[in-house]
Design a protein. Structure first.
Length: 151
């Protein structure tokens, strides 16, 4: 049976156009986040030169548990987006893991350290944007699972 065919017996429903739009935009967004993570971990000078020394010291001084949580946040969202595009229900779990990783890094960066001061208002605002997108993707994936679009 065609994966896009509607199935009255509880199978997948037809893939709505918005899933492809959200999925492709989310993949592009999350690949930028993955690049940021990799560039920071690899200390890519061409990318990291946009940050001042205090910010570099902050990034490079993350404890391993924060770097691990950041990795879960980034890669969980990439995997969740791939799952969404493949119409797999496990995308919800991947986005959930991403949110957990984000929560841990946010607690570290803004409550346990002076990350808000180091990153400034632009960095803090961008963190809010990242949270809004991540929550949207989690809720969107849950709704698509409930509607039988992803199974």
């Amino acid at each position: 049976m065609n994966a896009n065919a509607s199935n009255q017996g509880g199978g997948r429903s037809k893939t709505p156009l918005h899933l492809w739009i959200v999925g492709v935009l989310a993949l592009l967004w999350n690949l930028v986040g993955a690049f940021d993570y990799l560039a920071t971990q690899l200390e890519l000078e061409s990318y990291m030169s946009q940050f001042n020394q205090e910010q570099l010291d902050f990034f490079y001084g993350f404890p391993k548990w924060v770097t691990s949580a950041w990795a879960i946040a980034v890669w969980g969202s990439v995997v969740g987006t791939v799952g969404l595009l493949l119409r797999r229900k496990w995308a919800v779990w991947a986005f959930g893991a991403s949110l957990l990783g984000m929560a841990i890094t946010t607690i570290h960066n803004f409550l346990l350290t002076n990350g808000a001061e180091v990153m400034g208002s632009a960095g803090s605002m961008f963190t809010i944007v990242i949270w809004v997108v991540a929550i949207f993707l989690f809720v969107y994936a849950r709704r698509q699972a409930a509607a039988g679009v992803i199974t």
